[in-house]
Design a protein around this ligand. Structure first.
Ligand SMILES: Cc1cc2nc3c(=O)[nH]c(=O)nc-3n(C[C@H](O)[C@H](O)[C@H](O)COP(=O)(O)OP(=O)(O)OC[C@H]3O[C@@H](n4cnc5c(N)ncnc54)[C@H](O)[C@@H]3O)c2cc1C
Length: 448
């Protein structure tokens, strides 16, 4: 234990939020103190990991894995939930793009005239070097403006489909939230790509398979179950370690003289440190001080189509729909690694991001066969395969993406925390997306 993390020793720590982030934060904190509480606005603290119950089984809300992990973050998760509960399925991604399937590949391959586009991108890049000091990247639009026009057009549409917003409304940070909004091309066989990727310029623009790059390909999952099963283990382990769970619908953080207080539905609690694991807008709402009037998070609305069928066709966990001509941005082979229905049928899901005013949102049922056909294009089902049952869930709020003012608001927020709250309020992983990156940010705070 070094001096950095000693500051949490035997302190009263409160975490606001629920779901993976809050529970993982609690696990780290409990290494230093027995007085740790989670304040959630929901009785069920499993968040987005909680399953959808259908046909006698538990099914994830789309694709859920502990993926992108490295050996170190894998060990942390295993210590928390038990090695025996996690199976490493390895990398199982495929991409459908330009009407073709690219196996073992989840990186976008948007443009169909790749060599031409790559040349145009190179010219554009050198032009940018000459004007380097003029480029100020704030919005996703600013990023698109650095791309050749044809790539830009594809990504503009991809942005609308995958986030329901225009590029100028989003922060450039959104690239870290979605494969679909990045630009990388598979131009050459991996061997040659990997030589070129040794330079930063080509590394950012050329795609090759993780396998050929010798990168970790760790994807952990409770085999034959559902991701919420791990959330249940997390909760029960934390309860055994002495974590207190408090449900509060109206939570406010207050600084009174030197005291850091939390008002939970009228009851005042003292804290030495507070960790906020909610989205930025929810975190800002916890304070009396109005840091900004701006909205900083946008929740993508998505339709989840579930189908049950009598066979498993693909050996891949999921297929990215990197093609703006289809509705589905991800088709998931849930029963390949997770549960089946009570009548032993396999379940597949399709995630369809869309605006709540769209035709497909309003009449989702009418589109079920269109979506089923897309699963065929994505080679997750066979040509003549049929579905037995289906179920559609329209979820207004799924992933949250950062809006254009996100970074400015966060900067102001951090100033407030430093000046008024003496840096006793911490924001692990804010502005990042995956579970692996979140654990990395906790490691940084606790210097583990
Ligand atoms: C469909 C989908 C699939 C995903 N798949 C993956 C994946 O495969 N791998 C991966 O790494 N990541 C994935 N993610 C990202 C995932 O959201 C995060 O990795 C992580 O699980 C989110 O956990 P969380 O704790 O931030 O919040 P959530 O699970 O989103 O829960 C947040 C909770 O915070 C609580 N809350 C909010 N505001 C307050 C407040 N003011 N006071 C108290 N409580 C509050 C709410 O009750 C809410 O339930 C996916 C996300 C979605 C939406």
């Amino acid at each position: 234990m070094n001096s950095e993390n000693k500051k949490f020793d035997n302190k009263k720590i409160i975490i606001v939020g629920s779901g993976f982030r809050a529970m993982m934060t609690a696990y780290f904190c409990l290494n230093f103190s027995k007085d740790v509480s989670i304040i959630s606005n929901n009785k069920n603290i499993h968040g987005v990991m909680g399953p959808i119950k259908w046909q006698g089984g538990n099914f994830d809300k789309g694709y859920h894995f502990f993926d992108g992990f490295n050996k170190n973050t894998k060990k942390i998760l295993e210590d928390f939930v038990g090695k025996e509960n996690l199976f490493d399925f390895g990398y199982g991604a495929t991409t459908y793009t330009n009407r073709k399937i690219y196996y073992d590949h989840a990186i976008p391959y948007w443009p169909h005239k790749s060599y031409y586009f790559a040349f145009e991108a190179l010219v554009k890049y050198f032009t940018q070097i000459l004007n380097n000091n003029k480029i100020n990247i704030r919005s996703y639009r600013d990023i698109l403006n650095t791309y050749p026009s044809n790539i830009r057009k594809v990504l503009e549409e991809a942005c609308l489909r995958n986030t329901n917003l225009e590029a100028e409304q989003l922060s450039h940070l959104v690239c870290g939230y979605s494969h679909f909004l990045c630009y990388r091309q598979t131009l050459l066989p991996d061997f040659f790509s990997n030589i070129l990727k040794k330079t930063d310029f080509f590394n950012k623009r050329i795609a090759s398979r993780r396998k050929s790059l010798n990168l970790d390909r760790i994807s952990l999952y409770p085999k034959g179950k559902y991701i919420g099963y791990i959330a249940e283990i997390m909760e029960s382990r934390l309860r055994k370690l002495g974590l207190k769970f408090i449900v509060s619908n109206n939570t406010k953080i207050i600084k009174k003289n030197e005291d850091l207080l939390i008002n939970c539905d009228g009851s005042l609690l003292n804290a030495d440190y507070i960790f906020l694991t909610t989205e930025l807008d929810s975190a800002l709402d916890l304070f009396e001080e109005k840091v900004t009037e701006k909205k900083n998070n946008h929740y993508v609305s998505q339709i989840f189509y579930y189908f049950s069928t009598n066979k498993l066709f693909s050996k891949y966990q999921y297929v990215h729909g990197n093609d703006i001509n289809i509705n589905t941005n991800r088709a998931t082979n849930i029963s390949l690694y997770g549960e089946k229905t009570s009548s032993n049928e396999y379940v597949l899901s399709a995630e369809v991001p869309t605006n709540i005013n769209s035709e497909i949102w309003k009449n989702s049922d009418k589109f079920k066969d269109v979506i089923w056909k897309e699963l065929e294009l994505m080679k997750i089902i066979d040509k003549n395969q049929i579905y037995t049952n289906y179920k559609i869930f329209n979820l207004e709020k799924t992933l949250s993406v950062p809006l254009i003012d996100f970074e400015d608001s966060l900067k102001e927020f951090k100033n407030l925390i430093n000046l008024k709250y003496s840096s006793k309020v911490l924001l692990p992983g804010i502005g990042t997306f995956t579970r692996n990156i979140f654990i990395e940010s906790l490691k940084e705070i606790f210097k583990q």
